[in-house]
Design a protein around this ligand. Structure first.
Ligand SMILES: Cc1cc2nc3c(=O)[nH]c(=O)nc-3n(C[C@H](O)[C@H](O)[C@H](O)COP(=O)(O)OP(=O)(O)OC[C@H]3O[C@@H](n4cnc5c(N)ncnc54)[C@H](O)[C@@H]3O)c2cc1C
Length: 338
């Protein structure tokens, strides 16, 4: 296994930015990501949503931002291992470290943790038939808006995600029906108002104090049964059910590595150093006074974390941050030692 100067745990926006910065400093990098895709929360939770606050990009779809981050971040030859959860970080006698996943050990000189909110899994709907039809009409995230064009879509939930998707899908779906178990929505007041207006205009079906109890269809979803608080059931035609019930976030074994945590976030200093030597952290997973969780802050922290990692990898060397507009890009592929 090749030794990489830095191993980045997590391939979300922060991890991809870190891979780019590593290339700019001409150190070799590897990303280890537990999901089977890059892009972190953006890919998992909102690839089809527009993002308006990545500076310099007034408006960009989540998936397009990830596409560009991958293009930019991996251009210097960072190795990517997908579908592997990092279980431990060990120190070896020869001064190297090892990042241990569920299947391999990766030798490295430094580690940057960019684990975001940890492992993300959607809360599953318990309606009868939901498990059986997952991927065949039941989807826990909207990866491609066009998949729902002309379909009858039922959305279950009462938070911002459910309400936002009602509004977005009302544009493409033949019919959108929102089913919420209570009569109290948890979304922003303006979003709730928009959904109410769509319902008033007959563009959206609204069923409050109602639950989805059963799904019907063999190879694909065909209909769902709803039950209201008075116990009255009726079945409506549907080709898609989107349960938007929130997510479980799990830090996994990371909490056992000896890292200092504060409310499920890794404590770092202004150099993005954790309490473990050679281990740096950035992005949604870190905390320090004034921390805010945004893509933009993750980018900046990635740049700082990589500089600190370079100083660790090349002790005694003065590490300079050069402007890309002046220094240009370094050579494309970096050498790695075996
Ligand atoms: C619905 C929603 C909308 C949002 N909208 C915006 C917005 O408009 N603007 C904005 O700036 N921010 C927005 N955010 C926040 C933004 O998505 C995050 O700030 C950003 O994704 C953080 O990036 P990250 O790389 O630090 O973490 P993440 O995106 O969470 O990526 C971390 C990655 O690490 C992986 N990982 C975790 N643990 C391990 C492990 N042990 N081994 C291997 N891999 C691991 C995870 O699988 C994940 O892919 C939004 C968030 C949500 C939920």
């Amino acid at each position: 296994m090749e030794i990489r100067d830095v191993t980045i745990i997590g391939g979300g926006p922060t991890g991809l930015a870190a891979a780019f910065r590593a290339g700019m400093h001409e150190i070799s990098a590897r990303i280890v990501e537990t999901a089977t895709h890059l892009g972190g929360q953006v890919t998992a939770l909102y690839p089809e949503k527009k993002i308006y606050d990545v500076f310099g990009l007034p408006e960009i779809l989540g998936k397009d931002l990830v596409r560009d981050l991958i293009k930019q971040g991996l251009q210097f030859g960072a190795e990517v291992s997908l579908g592997e959860a990092v279980m431990a970080v060990n120190y070896k006698d020869d001064g190297l470290m090892e990042v241990i996943t569920d299947s391999r050990a990766y030798p490295t000189r430094a580690v940057i943790i960019a684990g975001g909110i940890g492992l993300i899994t959607p809360r599953k709907h318990d309606a009868d038939g939901c498990d059986r039809l997952e991927g065949k009409g039941v989807y826990y995230s909207v990866q491609h808006l066009e998949l729902f064009r002309g379909q009858k879509v039922v959305i279950a939930g009462g938070g911002d995600s459910a309400l936002d998707w009602v509004i977005n899908l009302a544009e493409v779906a033949e019919r959108v029906t929102l089913v919420h178990r209570s009569d109290d929505f948890k979304g922003h007041a303006s979003t709730v108002r928009q959904v109410q207006q769509l319902a008033d205009r007959g563009r959206v079906g609204l069923h409050i104090s109602t639950v989805v109890t059963a799904l019907h269809g063999n190879s694909h979803l065909e209909a769902v049964t709803l039950r209201n608080s008075r116990g009255i059931e009726h079945t409506i035609e549907a080709q898609a059910l989107l349960p938007m019930l929130g997510f479980h976030m799990n830090l996994g074994p990371m909490t056992q590595w000896g890292l200092k945590f504060e409310q499920k976030n890794i404590v770092v200093n202004s150099r993005m150093e954790t309490n473990l030597p050679g281990v740096f952290a950035a992005g949604d997973m870190v905390t320090y006074p004034g921390k805010i969780k945004l893509i933009a802050t993750g980018f900046a922290e990635a740049a700082i974390a990589v500089k600190s990692a370079v100083e660790h990898v090349r002790p005694g060397e003065k590490v300079r941050v050069q402007y890309s507009s002046i220094a240009g890009l370094p050579k494309k592929k970096l050498e790695v030692s075996a």
